[in-house]
Design a protein around this ligand. Sequence first.
Ligand SMILES: *[C@@H]1O[C@H](CO)[C@@H](O)[C@H](O)[C@H]1NC(C)=O
Ligand SMILES: *[C@@H]1O[C@H](CO)[C@@H](O)[C@H](O)[C@H]1NC(C)=O
Ligand SMILES: *[C@@H]1O[C@H](CO)[C@@H](O)[C@H](O)[C@H]1NC(C)=O
Ligand SMILES: *[C@@H]1O[C@H](CO)[C@@H](O)[C@H](O)[C@H]1NC(C)=O
Ligand SMILES: *[C@@H]1O[C@H](CO)[C@@H](O)[C@H](O)[C@H]1NC(C)=O
Length: 351
Amino acid sequence: MARTHPPSLAGALWTILAAVLLVQAKVFHIPAAVHKGASTAEFRSSASGLDGPKVHSINSSAFDWCLHSPLLDRSDSVVVASIMVSFPNGTLWDATSNGNGATVTVDGDSSSGTWHETGFSWIGSPASGYLIKIDAPHVNVKGTITFSPVAPAHYPCGPVAAGQKLEVGPHIGWANAIPDANSAVNLHIDGTNLAFKGSGYHDKNWSDQPFTTHVASWYWGHGRVGPYSIVWFDFLDLKGTEFVSAYASKNDKIVAASCTPRSIKVRPTGPNATYPPVLSSPNPSGYHISLDLGAREGSLEIDVTVLANLVDVNPEYARLLGNMSAELVPPTGRKKYFTGMALFDQFKLTQ
Ligand SMILES: *[C@@H]1O[C@H](CO)[C@@H](O)[C@H](O)[C@H]1NC(C)=O
Ligand SMILES: *[C@@H]1O[C@H](CO)[C@@H](O)[C@H](O)[C@H]1NC(C)=O
Ligand SMILES: *[C@@H]1O[C@H](CO)[C@@H](O)[C@H](O)[C@H]1NC(C)=O
Ligand SMILES: *[C@@H]1O[C@H](CO)[C@@H](O)[C@H](O)[C@H]1NC(C)=O
Ligand SMILES: *[C@@H]1O[C@H](CO)[C@@H](O)[C@H](O)[C@H]1NC(C)=O
């Protein structure tokens, strides 16, 4: 027969547990105003807080995306919520709301955040997934987006652990809480219902310096191809030094997570391919990605074909949707072929 503790003992234990949880949870109050003075950015992981604030006090150089996004948003508020939508007929829609400060609570790797007076909030963790709630009548959006993870979180150079390097390139921090997820979107936008299921993703990036101080160009993307969830990052700094981050998982287990120089290579393809990309070069019609999966699995050779433009901040930025076709080249035995879809972006910031 099941036994329970006497109610008073259970109550006391619960109170102690709740007190311990409260002590462990960190609450960050982020003011809307730009901080005048130095910002401190975290570039080494600790044992928890993967998705918590990484820049403490946001000055006018700094960003903790979406706590100030340098190219897409030029408002004076530090606390900005924005949503960009591509409807099935190709119409692009977006809305931005400036918050009256934000509160972020971090407990282990779980986090929740509210951007005050925007109607945007989230709760979740890399292991359990995320829920984004939007109730923003002033910009005509209401609904939810959910993320059920199918791939383990990672940092630029490896799996999640304390003491990991967090820079994907100089002064650019990156933490990828959800490399791939089964997501459901249920939104009501400007009188239209937008509901669909698909592949979801969640990361964050940050710096204590302006974005353009360290980035000349970058290619980033994620997608699902055959049994693999992949994430790519291939980055050039202003001196022309290349930095990369490669990620692949299969059956919810990491196969590759590395920032060593030849772990991945992403290059533009098609008649407009220019490498390195500069402001005056048109965007390419595709990319070729070589992703090292290690001695056991071999490598993936992936061709990405651009199908649609989702965000266009010409000429600096493009966010795109495309098809992937991949060739798995195992160390021994036959090649295998897979197809899939990807979401990716490209920055080019110098001439
Ligand atoms: C913001 O803080 C960083 C790091 O301390 C510093 O390098 C930068 O100059 C500061 N920016 C401003 C505008 O004060
Ligand atoms: C495309 O879809 C959006 C959202 O339903 C709608 O507002 C817009 O009028 C449509 N555009 C065309 C050209 O049908
Ligand atoms: C940077 O973070 C923003 C916000 O999460 C995200 O939209 C964007 O894709 C990220 N970019 C990269 C390359 O990590
Ligand atoms: C190449 O760029 C030119 C100029 O922007 C554009 O007109 C053309 O459609 C592009 N070609 C492809 C294949 O993307
Ligand atoms: C993209 O991939 C889908 C699924 O494999 C396929 O049906 C579609 O024809 C492809 N589109 C293009 C333009 O290649």
